[in-house]
Ligand binder design. Structure first.
Ligand code: UDP
Ligand code: MG
Length: 316
């Protein structure tokens, strides 16, 4: 197998027919040695049916169905683990990332790069809010992270087997795949492209999911927030010292108990700092807990390659 294409799909019934058409066009030069793996991430719509239907028109298509929704990064991991190709191409189901860029990515990989990622020079059809938060996120993440993570890139990329094996060897459950490739090292290069608007359906990354993703990324790639907690406690100690001088001064000069303003200020400031620090600790401890449990990230409930396990296939 030369080329594997991996696409995580959650409630993408509308997108799949168009996706398969564009993908099979894009992989034409390699079609005899290619597979397209669509991972159904516990969809509640007819995504799996759409995958099975698309198999009739596209012989390279493989469907892998997860037993429940596990999130974009884990669905992608499941697809990557199922892939057999020497080169692995990953993209979203909604055609925001043009499959046609595969040709250019292949060209760069022939030049000796291990990872060729797409860099969004422009995002079309996305809200100002999404663009602004994404922009801030990538800058902030880099300021925090111990490894430089390419700016404005998603998981849209072509990787070779050795860089993928490096990433799959990392056992963590909190997966931030673009960062893991950056951390793995190897020779990487970006290709600029314009990110199209989503063709059909709606985003599966509402604000809440984006926040969770951002915190996952931050904690997985940096311990700087923990250091921030220490720094904050120093600042608050300093403030407490200044406050003490003020309190003693007003006690001596005015001979009265100092007003409530300083008390309220002190209490709210220090409790704020404490809660923030505890919160940061909690984020890391929660993640240690998840890693310590060491549960499998996902279960495959159906795989179209595996006739034994696929009741649909047996019945047919
Ligand atoms: N996705 C998934 N599981 C999830 C959420 C999203 O497999 O829990 C898939 C989704 O089907 C799509 C990709 O991840 O192929 C990216 O999601 P989306 O396009 O909604 O994100 P956006 O482009 O809006 O950031
Ligand atoms: Mg999208």
């Amino acid at each position: 197998m030369y080329l594997s294409v991996v696409v995580p799909c959650m409630n993408e019934e509308e997108s799949i027919p168009g996706l398969v058409v564009r993908l099979s066009q894009a992989i034409k030069p390699w079609k005899d040695q290619a597979e397209i793996i669509l991972v159904d991430d516990g969809s509640t719509d007819a995504t799996w049916k759409a995958i099975e239907a698309a198999q009739l028109t596209c012989p390279q298509l493989v469907g892998v169905k997860l037993s429940a929704n596990r999130g974009h990064q884990i669905a992608l991991t499941a697809g990557l683990e199922a892939s057999q190709g020497d080169r692995i191409f990953m993209l979203d189901a909604d055609l925001q990332d043009p499959p046609e860029l595969l040709t250019d990515m292949m060209f760069m990989m022939d030049r000796g790069f291990d990872v060729v990622y797409g860099r969004r020079s422009e995002r079309r059809g996305e809200t100002m809010f999404k663009k602004a938060t994404a922009h801030l996120f990538y800058r902030f993440l880099n300021a925090m992270s111990d490894v430089p993570i390419p700016q404005d890139t998603g998981d849209f990329r072509l990787v070779n087997r050795r860089s993928l094996d490096a990433v799959l060897a990392m056992p963590e459950k909190a997966r931030f795949i673009r960062g893991m490739f950056a951390w793995a090292g190897f020779k990487q290069v970006g290709i600029e492209y314009i990110r199209a608007p989503r063709e059909l359906g709606e985003t599966k990354y509402p604000l809440r999911a984006m926040m969770r993703f951002a915190i996952d990324a931050m904690t997985a790639f940096s311990t700087k927030p923990l250091k921030l907690a220490t720094r904050l406690s120093f600042i608050s100690l300093l403030m407490a010292g200044l406050m003490a001088v003020y309190v003693i001064y007003s006690l001596v000069v005015y001979q009265t108990a100092p007003g409530w303003a300083s008390v309220v200020l002190a209490v709210s400031f220090f409790s704020g700092v404490q809660l923030l620090t505890l919160g940061i600790l909690g984020e890391y401890i929660g993640r240690l807990y998840v890693e310590a449990k060491n549960r499998p990230m996902y279960f495959v409930s159906e795989d179209t390659r595996d006739v034994e396990q696929s009741p649909q296939r047996l019945r047919a």
